[in-house]
Write a protein that binds this ligand. Sequence first.
Ligand SMILES: Cc1ncc(COP(=O)(O)O)c(C=O)c1O
Length: 393
Amino acid sequence: MKLASLAVRDPRVRHYNPPHQVPLVAASSFVFDSIEQGMDIFDGKEEGHIYGRFGNPTIDAAAEKIAALEGYGMEGDTYGLFCSSGMAAISTVLLALCQPGHVILTQGDLYGGTSSLLDQLEGRGVKRVVANLRDTEEVEDLLSESADLCVIYVETPSNPTLRCTDLQYLADLAHHYGALLVVDNTFATPIVQQPLTLGADVVVHSTTKYLNGHGSGVAGAIVCRDERMMRDLLTPTYRLFGGSGNPWDAWLVLNGLKTLALRMERHAENALRVANYLEEHAKVAAVNYPGLPDHPDAALIERQMHTHGGMLSFELDGGLETAKQFMNRLTFCTLTPTLGDVDTLVLHPATMSHRGIPPEKRLAYGITDGLVRLSVGIEAVEDILGDLERAIG
Ligand SMILES: Cc1ncc(COP(=O)(O)O)c(C=O)c1O
C-alpha cells in the first residue's frame, strides 16, 4: 500500500473489552463481510446496521433506552426511533399514520410548531378537528360526525396552561373509533407519566428538553408498543422522509437520561416551592401547576401522573406591560424559548412560542398577555425565589 493510501485507510479498531459508556459511533455506513451478509442484513434475516439514516449503534441505544423508560412496568416490548428533532418525531408519526381524507382530533393549546404542522397537513387533505379534550360531551359529539378519525393527538400537561387530559379515556375512545392515541410526553417525561401504560399507542418526545436536560442539542423520539406499526408504518416513513437523529445528539441524550429521575425529582420539588410562593403573591392573579391541590384537574393528576414535573405558568396582574417589565428585571432566571434544562428558564407565550396564533384563538386557550411560563430548574430554590421576588417587585 502506498503512503497516500495508508493515510486514507482507517487504522484497526481494537475491540478487546467493552467501553464503560455507549460509544459515539460517527459513521454514515456500515461494512459487510460479504455480499451474502449484506443481502441478509438488507432483508432483515441477519441483524446489522446498513446506513446512518436507518440507524446506528449510538442512535439505536438512545431509541431503545427511551422506549424502555416509556414502557417500564408494562408487559411486552416497546420500540423506539431517535429523530433529528421533536418536530421530526411528530411529523414522522402523523405522515405515517394519516392519509388525505383522515381526521386528527386534537386540542387548541398545543405547542405552536405542532399547530403549524397541522395547518400544513390540512393543506394536504388531512382534516384537523379541535376540541376541548376535557369535555367528554363535546368530544363525543364531534367524533360521531368525524367518520375517518385516524388519530387523537394530545399534549398533557398542556403548553403553557398546564391543563391535564385523561389519557385512559381518550385511548378507549380512539380505539372505539378504530383510531390511535398519540401523546406528546415532552413536558412530563416517562418519570412523571407513562402514556403507553394508560393505553396510548404512540408517544413522541422533543428530547431537546428534559431527556437531554442540558440544552445542548435538538432531537426527538418516537415510541410505540406495536411491532408491526413500528416495522411497516413508522420505520419506512422515518427512513424515507429523513427525520433520523444523529449520533452526537443521541450520545448527549444518553448522558442526560442517566440523571433524568434525579433531575425530575428536584425539578418537581423546586416547582412546588415556586408555585406556592407565587400563589401567595398579591401581584399574581393565577398559578397553573399540576402539583397544586386546587388545580382544576387535580383528581385526574392523582390517577395519571407519578409526580408533577417542573413546568408551571402564572398570570401577572397588569397584562403585557407588567409581564415585559418582570422578564426584563430577571437576573438569575434566563429568558429563552426552550424548557427542561437544569437551569430555570422563562418564556412569554403570547410573544414567543404562541406568537403565530391569532390573539382571539390564543385568548380562548387561556394564553393571555400576562401569562408567563417557567421551566423551574434544579438550582438552589432560594436563588430562583429571590429573582422572582425582585422582578415581580
Ligand atoms: C411540547 C413540545 N413538543 C414538541 C416540540 C418540538 O420539539 P423540537 O424543538 O425538538 O423540534 C416542542 C418544542 O418546544 C415542545 O415544547
